[in-house]
Ligand binder design. Structure first.
Ligand code: ADP
Ligand code: MG
Length: 649
């Protein structure tokens, strides 16, 4: 909070007070929403968690208020949003007469774009109303207050609370107590908002829930099972009955509105939720295509490497729904009630590095082994069987995570700065510690997965000290390059080994063969990143410079494209991408004119949020490659994806 100076109070809503504030250093004006935790033991309220989650997911839309940061404060926490001058409720209140048609159209367009975006991302806002539609100084409308938003699963198998949406904008199915609903509730609210813009005052201003239904009935007529078959299944259908009433034509309700506006209004204000026109008409079409789901999956989970293996028998849509459901449960669920989460028991150290050594990174069928390997500050390397299972229990899902099973454990490192790397074929796990004179270890993965009682896992210690970086050659099964100090500790050396597992009866021996080694030039600053390409090329990042060597030490190229130090590097089959504190991403292309691959500087991608880029994940196929960049900020983590067409020839 110290970084902000409070300028005044802007609003107060159901879940917290909102202040206007200025960032002390940057001068940026923001809106701070303080969310108090009434009782500490409650933990972060689901409501707030949903807000954070929903906003993070739709960070990219210009029609959704941007969440800049989240930080703890006192017994609660604070959400910092971009500051918005006004809201639509205020605009309507201060307008002398109903807004001009052009104004209504422009607000509606922005609202629909925002809503379509949310729905395309499987988010139902559930509380759309003029007070939650903020207007920027330049007149841009953005959706705010995601307190009630939730990620929904369109199969409709989950039960939700019906106490959502401020009464006047509440959809009829909610008024009849529906516990299963979808984006239709937002579309109803859009209709109410459009009506209010045309009318100059709320269309259905009910004073209590029963009266609310009366207001709707007075205009739309009494709903009958003929026009709305599902109504008979709604919980409160039989509890209330109304006398037959015919609908009133909308042109009588809003005599000044244009026929086009009324036609559109009538397509939102329909009893059957499924008949309401979708925020983006095309969305329903697109939603059926695999492409959208694939796109959503890759955007959300860089690590779902787009392989058929990840999917198993599932479609992208099933995968998306299954996984987002799981994540939603994990994040918003109450431990012991909604799910059981067992931590790694008996693990004293802090886990420094973690690597999946099963071929699939995530599994949802809960049947196969999913193994992770950890290196931790208690100086051990351990392999765990991570098993996830989601099973249906009545209508509610219960997620059970059984205790992780420790497969093996070896104490090898006394110090705690460690790294862990799997070989491309996952046959080997490299583990090392930076500040120790114990050499780095290479484990034979199979022996970590199937340990026998009396035999320790099979590993070997490389004959080098003070290793700082390592990488596996992507084009070779067992070629490992390490960067380390030479014997007197004065110079940096890059050494490449080849490993082989020799099986004799019931023993496995590891043979290590050094195939190349070279000293780095004295003039070079100690590299902070090292990666391999093919089987022969090593890429080193030293400060803001990218230098290429062969494994034998022949310098192939050096690039000085970045203004400031490079923070991460991704090396693929067709290109190399670097990110830097200068906020840009640089893209390089490999070409194969010679025997050795040649790298060409190609173009750069500018954008403020690459500042914290901390990781690249990728998918490469014959025709396209996708690179996800994870950008971190306080409390938030944003994933961007870039799609590249692979050039042939
Ligand atoms: P609640 O969930 O409590 O309704 P909101 O997020 O809707 O919280 O905020 C309450 C009020 O605070 C809004 O109606 C609006 O007037 C004001 N407000 C919220 N966010 C901002 C913002 N980013 N900029 C300016 N005012 C805001
Ligand atoms: Mg609000």
């Amino acid at each position: 909070m110290e970084q902000y100076c409070i300028l005044g109070r802007i609003g107060e809503g159901a879940h917290g007070i909102v202040f206007k504030a200025k960032h002390v250093e940057t001068g940026e004006i923001v809106a701070l929403k303080k969310v108090a935790l009434r009782r500490l033991e409650d933990g972060i309220p689901n409501q707030a968690l949903r807000e954070i989650k929903a906003l993070q997911e739709i960070e990219d839309s210009q029609y959704v208020v941007q969440l800049k940061a989240v930080f703890p404060h006192g017994a609660g926490f604070v959400l910092a949003f971009e500051f918005m001058l006004s809201d639509l409720a205020e605009v309507v209140r201060h307008a002398q007469r109903p807004l001009a048609p052009a104004q209504v159209k422009s607000y509606l367009q922005m609202l629909l774009k925002g809503v379509a975006f949310c729905h395309a991302n499987n988010i139902v806002h559930r509380d759309l109303k003029p007070a939650n539609l903020l207007i920027s100084a330049s007149g841009q409308l953005k959706i705010a207050d995601f307190g009630l938003a939730r990620v929904f699963s369109p199969d409709g198998s989950r039960l939700y609370t019906h106490q959502v949406a401020t009464r006047w904008y509440r959809a009829p199915e909610l008024l009849y107590g529906a516990r299963q609903y979808d984006q239709g509730v937002d579309l109803w609210a859009v209709g109410c908002i459009l009506g209010e813009l045309l009318n100059g005052s709320p269309l259905f201003p009910g004073e209590n829930d029963i009266e609310q239904l009366c207001c709707v009935l007075r205009i739309l007529g009494t709903p009958s099972p003929q026009v709305w078959p599902e109504i008979t299944e709604l919980p409160d259908y039989n509890k209330i009955s109304f006398k037959e009433q015919a609908p009133v034509p909308l042109e009588e309700v809003l005599p000044d509105a244009s026929p086009q506006a009324l036609d559109l209004l009538g397509r939102f204000l329909l009893y059957p939720p499924r008949q309401r026109i979708s925020a983006s008409q095309v969305w329903n079409e697109v939603a059926r295509t695999q492409e959208l789901w694939r796109h959503l999956c890759l955007r959300r989970w860089s690590s779902c490497k787009a392989s058929q293996m990840t999917l198993g028998t599932q479609t992208w849509k099933q995968y998306y729904l299954c996984r987002s459901e799981l994540e939603f449960r994990m994040e918003s669920g109450r431990p012991e009630k909604d799910f059981i989460c067992k931590a790694i028991a008996g693990h004293k150290g802090e886990i420094d590095e973690l690597a999946y050594i099963s071929t699939n990174e995530y599994r949802f069928n809960g049947q196969e082994k999913s193994v992770v390997c950890t290196v931790s500050s208690d100086a051990t390397v351990r392999a765990w069987d991570l098993h996830e299972a989601a099973c249906a229990e009545g209508a509610l899902y219960t997620l059970t995570v059984p205790p992780l099973q420790l497969l093996s454990r070896v104490s090898v490192f006394p110090s705690n700065r460690t790294s862990l790397l799997c070989s491309p074929d996952r046959q080997w796990v490299f583990a090392s510690t930076q500040n120790s004179d114990l050499g780095p270890k290479v484990f034979h993965t199979l022996s970590l997965l199937c340990p026998s009682e009396d035999e320790p896992p099979v590993y070997t210690t490389l004959p080098v000290e003070l290793t700082s970086r390592a990488c596996w050659a992507p084009a070779e099964a067992a070629r490992l390059t390490v960067m380390h100090r030479n014997d007197n500790g004065m110079q940096l050396v890059v050494t490449t080994y080849e490993l082989e597992a020799k099986k004799t009866r019931n023993r496995v021996d590891i043979l290590v063969q050094q195939i190349a080694s070279f000293l780095l030039p004295d003039t070079m600053m100690p590299p902070q990143l090292m990666k391999s390409h093919g089987s022969q090329v090593i890429l080193l990042v030293s400060g803001s410079e990218l230098v290429l060597f062969t494994v034998h030490g022949l310098q192939l190229a050096a690039f000085q494209d970045h203004q400031r130090p490079i923070t991460s590097m991704w090396v693929g089959q067709t290109r190399v991408i670097t990110s830097s504190f200068d906020l840009s991403l640089r893209v390089y292309l490999w070409s194969k004119d010679n025997k050795l691959p040649v790298l060409r500087s190609c173009y750069h991608l500018l954008g403020g949020s690459h500042r914290w880029a901390s990781g690249f994940t990728h998918v490469e196929s014959d025709s396209m490659s996708i690179v996800g960049v994870e950008a971190r900020n306080i409390g938030t983590s944003i994933l961007r994806s870039y799609y590249f067409k692979v050039q042939r020839g």
